[in-house]
Design a protein around this ligand. Structure first.
Ligand code: GLN
Length: 541
């Protein structure tokens, strides 16, 4: 079968969950045995979201090959288990940069470079994944960020229009819209959907399938109305009602025949509906996990999306431990030695979050001291791990001025220091230590115990795992012996660069910090072993 292309656009308002719908389509097609990938095209000018503040854009997700990407890629990976790469996350900035670099090289000598055809051709080339020739895919799902009608998404729409025409039945357009419920009139309104589809048609794109986001059930008459006003078959008007969990969406979409509608449009025999047994087993577990475990998230961003993958990893690990992880955000900027006991009270475990810069770090250090001295299970991730290390230096090793060179580059006790390779770097974008690196685990350590055998790849009898990174600073090996002698062990080491990737205090119930981000590789069917073991210990606590 030659590759088929599914385009997912959104209308009316943003935040409808296009990423979840795209991930769900991927999941449903995978369940039918197809090889699938999902990519996101974002209309903003930044090359990647790596330099964006989480308030602007939520978490920055990192692929194994080291691309800083949109958080929707996290949904794609958690739903489908596929490994996305730098080819799965494209922005207007990257498109323009490619074209402009080519122009400077002289590739277009004599020509005027224009949005159409040069920019749109580059978008099309990437939508077709022409750089990825060795990858044999049945379906490529392309989600376009933003909302129909945005000025900046126009070139993407033009590229889709052209591809539709060029690919014929090998391409399908799915448009996601919103059907608001007006309380005063007690009515659901389809007009915004009609307008949104008109706008799309005005750009030359006739959607094949409409997914209507709604808080209330739409009856058949309503769907028929939308179908007839929008030139879409009735069976291709699907509704996506609010679900108690995003993970219910693939099953709900399958139940409504979204995957079958896509296959029919393309002309592939629909066949039997797959059982999606492992997924349904997970949902069953999720429904049964009602007992709560309270986890404190110590960070500086009071925004759901800022720690998206950590929250999802905790949720998933909770479900597999038959509990509901109740996550409490604890603002690190507000933590003081006086209030820390009260702020952390009732928490079965605490996660100290990643981050950059000075703001809120002293609160993280105070939290780390409290959980260490009170033996509360604690998981420090990236900056969180670094704060555990600084706290230990200040309060156990006796270096009161210990700090990270990121916060104080003059401190004589730089227990966290800039990595050698980072010293000469002046450009901010995409220059951190990014992506997956090997980490060798010390046998018998708590961390090694936590990794299930399937996660371990054995290289010359050693326990080696691969985990994703995003940082410039690192444990200072000059202090390693002192730490180990005082009880904080370096139990995960990158063999090539001798960098400390995991520290732990074995005598505590669970006090582990990882320089890498395990949250990026937790998926619905394979929760990350460190999160699993952390939640398990929190439960026993
Ligand atoms: N700011 C720290 C560093 O650059 C930690 C980064 C992070 O938490 N992702 O090393």
């Amino acid at each position: 079968m030659n590759t088929k292309y599914i385009f997912v656009t959104g209308g009316v308002v943003s935040s409808l969950g296009k990423g979840i719908i795209s991930a769900s389509i991927g999941k449903m097609l995978q369940a039918r045995g197809y090889k699938v990938t999902i990519q996101k095209f974002d209309p903003y000018i930044n090359i990647d979201p790596g330099t964006l503040n989480p308030y602007e854009h939520g978490e920055c997700y990192v692929t194994a090959d080291g691309m800083e990407t949109d958080l929707d890629l996290g949904h794609y990976e958690r739903f489908t288990g596929i490994h996305t790469t730098r080819h799965n996350s494209i922005t207007t900035g990257r498109i323009y940069k490619t074209v402009i670099d080519r122009e400077r090289k002289g590739d277009y000598l004599g020509k005027t470079i224009q949005v159409v055809p040069h920019i749109t051709d580059e978008i099309k080339r990437r939508m077709l994944r022409e750089d990825e020739t060795n990858e044999q895919l049945d379906f490529v799902i392309t989600e376009v960020g933003g909302t129909i009608g945005d000025i900046e998404s126009a070139p993407f729409m033009e590229a889709i229009r052209q591809l539709r025409w060029q690919l014929g039945r090998d391409a399908v357009c799915v448009h996601l819209t919103y059907v608001p419920y007006l309380k005063a009139a007690d009515e659901l309104k389809t007009k915004p959907t009609q307008h949104s589809v008109k706008e799309l048609q005005g750009m030359g794109i006739q959607p094949d399938i409409l997914v209507l986001r709604t808080e209330r059930h739409l009856d058949d008459a309503m769907r028929l109305k939308v179908a007839s006003f929008c030139n879409v078959d009735l069976e291709c008007v699907v509704q996506s009602e609010d679900m108690p969990s995003i993970y219910e969406v693939p099953v709900n979409m399958q139940h409504q025949g979204l995957d079958a509608a896509i296959l029919r449009k393309i002309g592939i025999p629909v066949g039997e509906t797959p059982a999606m047994k492992p997924w349904r087993d997970f949902l069953e577990k999720q429904r049964n996990a009602t007992k709560e475990v309270h986890i404190g998230l110590v960070g500086k961003y009071d925004l759901q999306d800022a720690y998206k993958s950590i929250r999802e990893s905790l949720n998933l690990a909770g479900i597999y431990n038959n509990v509901k992880a109740k996550i409490h955000f604890i603002n690190s900027q507000e933590i003081t030695p006086e209030n820390v006991a009260e702020r952390l009270s009732g928490m079965a475990g605490v996660v100290i979050c990643p981050g950059f810069g000075q703001r809120g770090i002293e609160g993280k250090i105070i939290a780390a001291e409290y959980t260490r001295t009170h033996d509360i299970p604690t998981f420090g991730i990236c900056l969180g791990m670094q704060m555990m290390v600084i706290e230990f230096a200040r309060n156990v090793l006796g270096y009161k001025d210990a700090n990270s060179a990121e916060m104080d580059d003059k401190t004589p006790h730089n227990v966290i220091d800039i990595m050698e390779e980072q010293k000469s770097i002046t450009q901010m974008g995409g220059t951190m230590r990014l992506g997956a690196y090997d980490c060798e685990l010390k046998e018998g350590s708590r961390a090694a115990e936590a990794y299930e055998s399937e996660k371990l790849k054995v290289k010359s009898e050693k326990l080696i795992v691969s985990e994703r990174h995003r940082h410039r600073y690192e444990f200072n090996n000059k202090y390693k012996e002192e730490y180990e002698a005082a009880g904080m062990k370096c139990v995960g080491i990158n063999p090539a660069a001798d960098l400390v990737e995991i520290v732990e205090i074995p005598e505590k119930k669970w006090y582990i910090g990882s320089q890498f981000h395990p949250e990026y590789s937790s998926t619905v069917l394979h929760p990350h072993p460190l999160f699993m073991s952390f939640i398990k210990t929190c439960l026993e606590n």
